[in-house]
Write a protein that binds this ligand. Structure first.
Ligand SMILES: Cc1cc2nc3c(=O)[nH]c(=O)nc-3n(C[C@H](O)[C@H](O)[C@H](O)COP(=O)(O)O)c2cc1C
Length: 332
């Protein structure tokens, strides 16, 4: 941990939109900025209101946000980045990591990684027309991590604000071991400031990864923060988690603030309930008997009861350790 160490909130589509970002920031600290879940490129200026609202600076007072763009059309990319620039943004992020089959099949997200020449052509057409800075979020490759060797040559030939690396391949999606050997082997060849994204869930995992990559100062936290909202404070050594009452108070505040934010964002009770359930597939990990808790909540179909129940859990149920543990989302 040095004075240069910074934590950035990862884009997690369906989770780290503005409701979460603002609720989290009203209770917890230690995040420098967030990258938004991706905005897919559209025709002209036909963007969904929800996507625009999500990144609008006035809706992101507590944590500044860098908008992320998904697509492979440089002309559309320029149009969207001009719109974003007019809203006051100075940097946009390009998503070259999304592993979803339907997206990758169209050479978008991680689907572009096996085609370094195409990537170069797009950047050749994009960069000269871009009047804000570009950062890229990439994986090591789509099929295999050796694709990274050619990708580095392309990335190195363009000015990038930063290169965010999730050291898996597209076909791995979010599971299986990260392929750290290739990143270790190539890291000194990369000319851009690097942000590491993947599997930082506690002090132990952060210790291991940061020891392996002493040249990295910026770390992205994703699922780890859903499973443990204290994570940045723990890693920055800014919190003492020995007052159980205080832990419960903060979690309670967070749960209710998240509910409040989501309710203001989507109207229908059914949607609000489903959204809260999605979050609780990670929040159940706050407790010792997480599996049991998750199962009992999955069956709730009344929003008011759901919120009462979760608040009682936070007040009374046995907590798990926030100092060290994983981030495995619970599934029915
Ligand atoms: C549900 C989910 C949604 C995600 N959505 C995005 C996204 O919109 N854009 C992106 O670049 N990465 C996305 N990611 C990848 C994360 O930003 C991150 O790189 C990855 O989860 C590894 O980091 P973690 O182990 O800290 O979560 C998503 C991951 C998950 C699990």
């Amino acid at each position: 941990l040095t004075s240069k160490t910074k934590f950035i909130l990862a884009p997690l589509q369906g989770y780290t939109e503005k409701s979460f970002r603002s609720a989290w920031a009203s209770v917890f600290a230690g995040i420098e900025y967030a990258v938004s879940p991706f905005i897919p490129l559209a025709e002209g200026s036909r963007y969904k209101l929800a996507h625009v609202r999500d990144v609008l600076p006035e809706n992101n007072i507590s944590i500044p946000v860098v908008p992320q763009i998904l697509g492979n059309d440089p002309e559309k990319f320029v149009v969207l980045s001009h719109l974003l620039q007019d809203l006051g943004f100075e940097t946009v992020n390009w998503n070259l990591g999304c592993p979803k089959r339907s997206i990758a099949a169209k050479k978008r997200g991680s689907g572009i990684l096996p085609y370094p020449d195409l990537l170069r052509q797009i950047l050749d057409r994009l960069i000269p027309k871009l009047s804000l800075t570009l950062s890229i979020k990439t994986r090591l490759g789509y099929q295999n991590p050796e694709e990274f060797y050619s990708l580095i040559n392309v990335y190195n030939d363009f000015p990038l604000q930063s290169l965010i690396i999730h050291p898996r391949t597209g076909v791995q999606e979010y599971e299986g071991n990260m392929q750290l050997a290739i990143l270790r082997e190539t890291i000194t060849e990369i000319k851009h400031p690097i942000i590491f994204s993947g599997d930082i869930t506690d002090k132990a995992s952060f210790g291991q990864i940061s020891t392996l990559f002493p040249e990295i100062n910026h770390w992205m936290l994703g699922r780890g923060i859903l499973a443990n909202p204290f994570l940045p404070e723990i890693l920055l050594k800014r919190v003492q988690l020995n007052d159980e009452n205080q832990i419960r108070q903060r979690l309670l505040h967070f749960n209710n603030e998240l509910f409040f934010q989501i309710s203001g964002n989507i109207g229908k009770e059914k949607f609000i309930l489903n959204k809260m359930k999605d979050f609780w597939s990670y929040f159940a990990l706050w407790f010792a008997n997480s599996r049991e808790i998750f199962t009992s909540l999955a069956h709730q179909n009344d929003l008011k009861f759901f919120m009462e129940k979760t608040n009682i859990l936070i007040t009374e149920a046995g907590l798990s350790s926030f100092e060290g543990r994983g981030n495995k989302q619970l599934k029915t």
